[in-house]
Design a protein around this ligand. Structure first.
Ligand code: HAM
Length: 479
């Protein structure tokens, strides 16, 4: 009896506790709230538009893949594979993981679906979540979003240049003006082994001056010592032999042509001999996009050539190159730099209703407007005129439509122009055409005003240029 009572009490306590339990998101994973959506929408829209303009086709691969795809593709000694994969077993016994990056998945799909028979180059574009079990901090999440571009079937460095051009277009389009391209070549299987030996011998002689991690890296992946951020290692790294001084003729030609293309495009870049990237598959070109302020602590994007990966994962020998950008980091950068966001779908009209009949009629009017492409806001749950008008004011709409009891009976609507304050009564049947007319007029007025502003700016610019030119000639005359 006593035991039964205790069990009941324990169960009750459990129930109370579970009722009080507050659920939180999983560590390192975040909600993207409505206020932030315009930023994400802008990044997505621009990346998609540029992908389309440059002839890339969208590909979506599953979030769950076989674990050994990344063990082999990304590389067994990389941080991603060693420490960061979300791994689990399916009920059927398959060892799978949440994809930590997009490249091996796209390569798998390229091979699996025989895309080698498609006209070359095959250009693929993706957007989606990736998962890495990293220590969560600013700019480092366990669920993060990337967009990526991958090109298959061309070994010409012009493709490397075009990808950098694409990244440049996207960042400028988003409104991030200050960023830098960091570039390096890490050679190929012909020239890298001898450089590797040289580097190992250099680092072995200075082993004691390296941090613990680099001592381990020296054994497994000595090239990665080069991008260690530890102050202790910086001194050693700064004097280390550099890959670009030891490239074979072919790699040197490839890198030189890439740099010439970027010069031609007037894209600024920095040759960074310490940039090696943390993934095993790269050959020749590697690059990263850095925010100017953070100087590489958190890269906004990165990529490079991976001419051997398709063959390594079981396909025919196919050169390839690509890059991916971290959307979470791009959005953070946009906010930091106060990039302007145009809320394209911001409604210009608010529909106010008063009384039950008006409420019912409003549903129909709302549908008519929305299906005619006129974006309209409402607050159907509210019945009070003041609170609805306050909301319309907060949304800075240009027009308010009001349906009261009388209007609902007459099938009319009060149209209030929020800019001029004027109002008039129109019939239900005219509401769409009248609003279209007024919205068009408003858009034309806005365009005219911005045109006038631009002309005023130009005049100002011309005046100040003339003034500057005058000052210069005076200076030159004096000297
Ligand atoms: P990655 O450098 O590992 O390259 O990642 C690309 C970008 O994803 C990074 O530059 C960063 O912006 C973002 N990122 C990476 N990890 C995180 C994280 N934990 N939290 C937030 N953002 C992060 C790749 O993934 C390669 N697949 C790129 C590539 C494509 N190479 C050739 N083709």
């Amino acid at each position: 009896m006593g035991r039964k009572k205790t069990v009941i009490v324990v169960e009750k306590e459990k129930l109370i506790k579970s009722k009080r339990e507050k659920f939180q998101n999983v560590r390192g994973m975040r909600d993207i709230l409505p206020n932030d959506q315009p930023y994400w929408q802008k990044v997505r829209k621009i990346a998609e538009k540029v992908a389309q303009d440059y002839g890339y086709q969208r590909i979506d691969t599953p979030i769950v893949e076989l674990k050994n795809l990344f063990e082999k593709g990304t590389g067994p000694g990389t941080d991603i594979v060693e420490k960061e994969m979300f791994v689990f077993k399916t009920k059927g016994g398959d060892n799978v993981c949440l994809r930590p990056e997009g490249t091996p998945s796209v390569v798998r799909s390229y091979i699996q679906h025989g895309m080698k028979s498609l006209p070359k180059p095959v250009k693929l574009f993706y957007i989606g979540p990736m998962y890495r079990y990293e220590r969560p901090q600013d700019g480092r999440y366990r669920e993060m979003f990337q967009f990526g571009f991958e090109v298959f079937g061309e070994k010409d460095p012009i493709l490397d240049a075009q990808l950098i051009q694409i990244a440049n277009r996207i960042f400028k389009g988003i409104g991030i003006k200050k960023f830098s391209f960091q570039l390096n070549s890490i050679g190929c299987e012909e020239c890298r082994p001898s450089y590797r030996k040289l580097l190992i011998s250099y680092l072995n002689n200075r082993k004691n001056a390296l941090c613990m991690d680099c001592k381990k890296r020296l054994k497994k992946n000595p090239l990665r010592v080069l991008d260690c951020k530890e102050e202790k290692c910086q001194q050693v790294i700064s004097q280390a032999p550099q890959m670009i001084d030891h490239l074979c003729t072919n790699c040197k030609k490839h890198f030189t042509f890439l740099l010439e293309c970027l010069d031609e495009l007037e894209i600024q870049f920095t040759i960074n001999p310490h940039l090696v990237r943390g993934l095993d598959y790269y050959t020749k070109t590697v690059f990263e996009i850095w925010s100017e302020e953070d100087a590489g602590q958190i890269a906004l994007g990165g990529g490079g050539r991976y001419d051997k990966l398709v063959e390594f994962l079981g396909g025919a020998s196919t050169p390839a190159v690509g890059f991916a950008c971290g959307m979470d980091r791009i959005v953070a950068e946009m906010k930091k730099r106060e990039v302007k966001i145009n809320c394209l779908n911001q409604p210009k009209i608010f529909l106010v209703q008063l009384g039950d009949l008006a409420k019912k009629k409003s549903l129909r009017i709302f549908e008519q407007l929305e299906s005619s492409g006129i974006s309209v806001a409402e607050s159907f749950g509210k019945g009070n005129l003041r609170s609805q008008l306050r909301q319309a004011n907060q949304m800075k709409v240009d027009f308010v439509l009001i349906i009261g009891q009388r209007e609902a009976l007459d099938e009319t609507i009060i149209l209030k122009d929020m800019n001029s304050g004027s109002q008039e009564v129109i019939t239900f049947s005219k509401v769409v055409s009248e609003l279209k007319k007024r919205l068009k007029r408003l858009a034309e007025e806005k365009l005219n005003n911005s045109g006038k502003r631009n002309i005023r700016n130009l005049e100002g610019f011309a005046k100040s240029s003339l003034l500057k030119a005058g000052k210069m000639t005076n200076k030159m005359k004096k000297s």
